[in-house]
Write a protein that binds this ligand. Structure first.
Ligand code: P6P
Length: 305
């Protein structure tokens, strides 16, 4: 249990992890409408390059600055890191937060789903998957919602224009009967064993393709309908595209807390080693039976079906 102390004028008080996590969720929910309302007019790329070698949109920078100011000034937050910053900012003492401020911002011009991903670690950065104490994502879809995993439970909230939020599902579970699948990367760059796994999935008449180009939207499809999402190891990028600290760990944590499974191709995403906050990993999450089949395929085992 992390106890962080902060002295006000007349008294010192200590915050528990739960209080800090609740404050983080409050800030994510309060900031979501401002991010959403700030998207129009910020649909252009900056001239900068982020640590992953991508040119952030003005909306990425806008969302990151809002969240940095609010989360960074929260009592009980010791480090703030984001995909847009080369290193973590020291913000005092306590928990560490890793933020993907606007996941899928390339969807901005096409007006498709995007999101904000937050990982909360009870450890200095770069942290381990086992250091997670909470994870959440905000989804800017037809409505604005937030999925939050705290103490092993996953809840789904609707966020209103005034930043208030209320639960619409208190115990979210990955459906055991899968129906959707979606995989990133160019097909010619998929390794052969992954390609054959996808062919098996595509030959299953109960499965249909759902891929929107923003991880939070595609993961939310899997969380809602059951199935599998992945951004695989590619022949030209063996570590895939997605970042461990900002995407792999938090999304893996959420899906596993919801009764699903996560993998880097051979182990839980939460077991992936990471020595740099911008490390990448292959990511596969979804209904356990499919993740298991995927790991078997990548290990060269005949389809267990
Ligand atoms: P591609 C968005 O840029 C992102 O980081 C994830 O949200 C998403 O899953 C992936 O990249 C999409 O990548 O290569 O399909 O554009």
């Amino acid at each position: 249990m992390t106890e962080s102390t902060a002295d006000s004028e007349s008294e010192s008080f200590s915050l528990t992890d739960d209080e800090i996590i609740n404050s983080i969720l409050d800030i994510l929910a309060r900031t979501a409408p401002e991010i959403r309302n700030g998207l129009p007019g910020r649909r252009v790329k900056t001239n900068e390059e982020n640590p992953s070698g991508e040119s952030p949109m003005e909306a990425d920078v806008f969302a990151d600055e809002l969240l940095r100011n609010r989360l960074g000034s929260l009592d009980g937050i010791g480090e703030y890191a984001s995909e847009e910053r080369s290193s973590a900012d020291d913000t005092g003492s306590g928990l560490s937060v890793c933020i993907d401020p606007l996941d899928g911002s390339s969807n901005l011009k096409s007006n498709a789903a995007m999101g904000t991903i937050a990982a909360v670690y009870d450890a200095p950065l770069p942290a381990r998957g086992s250091d997670l104490v909470a994870a959440a994502y905000v989804l800017y879809g037809a409505t604005t919602t937030m999925i939050a995993a705290v103490e092993g439970n996953v809840a789904d909230y609707v966020i209103y224009q005034d930043g208030s939020y209320e639960p619409i599902e208190q115990e979210v579970r990955v459906p055991s009967e899968p129906t959707v699948y979606g995989f990133g990367g160019r097909v010619p760059n998929w390794p052969r064993d992954f390609n054959s796994f996808v062919s098996d999935i595509e030959s299953d008449t109960s499965m249909k393709l759902r891929y929107g180009g923003a991880m939070v939207g595609d993961v939310n499809q899997v969380l809602t309908y059951g199935g599998i999402f992945g951004y695989p190891a590619l022949t030209n990028a063996p570590s895939g595209k997605l970042r461990v600290q900002f995407e792999g760990y938090p999304i893996g944590y959420i899906i596993e807390c919801a009764g699903g499974a996560s993998s880097d191709g051979s182990q839980s995403l939460l077991a992936v080693e990471s020595n740099d906050i911008h490390d990448r990993t292959p990511v596969y999450v979804g209904t356990p039976s499919l993740v298991e089949r995927l790991e078997g395929a990548l290990a060269g085992k005949a389809d267990s079906e």
